[in-house]
Design a protein around this ligand. Sequence first.
Ligand SMILES: [Zn+2]
Length: 164
Amino acid sequence: MTPQKSRPAGATYATTRSNDTPIDRVLHRLDKVKRTAPDKWIACCPAHDDKRPSLSVKQADDGKVLLICRSGCGVAEIVGALNLEMSDLFPGDRRSLKDHGTGPMRRPFDYRDCLTGIAHEATVARLIIEAVNRGEAMDAESLDRLALAEERIDDALRAAGGVQ
Ligand SMILES: [Zn+2]
């Protein structure tokens, strides 16, 4: 898997093969990708001015892609900067994901995006817990990331109207 170093400006990837995987979609759009483990990479974060690669990319067992920026960029910002959608991080047919539930009316709040974001945060938490379960020490970075996951889920709840 080699990252595309140069790509035409403003290129759209609407014709992306439907059999590509979430990790391919993401890695092909990132710069300075370096593989650090069979299922882990680091790259420059596209959502902030990243001089030193600080975006960690992980592929979960089920094919989901996790994006964790050490500077704290949200996954939605990173996905947006890559010209992708949240659903691109999940395996499956993108078209059906996109078309599903898209009615003629524009909804002010996109529950699907919101839930996808929550699913991502839950997976992040699971991976951290799995690492601890394997005997890896819980470092400050992981603790911070867990706190951030909680914060983002709280934000999503608030955006959805909060608790009654
Ligand atoms: Zn970032």
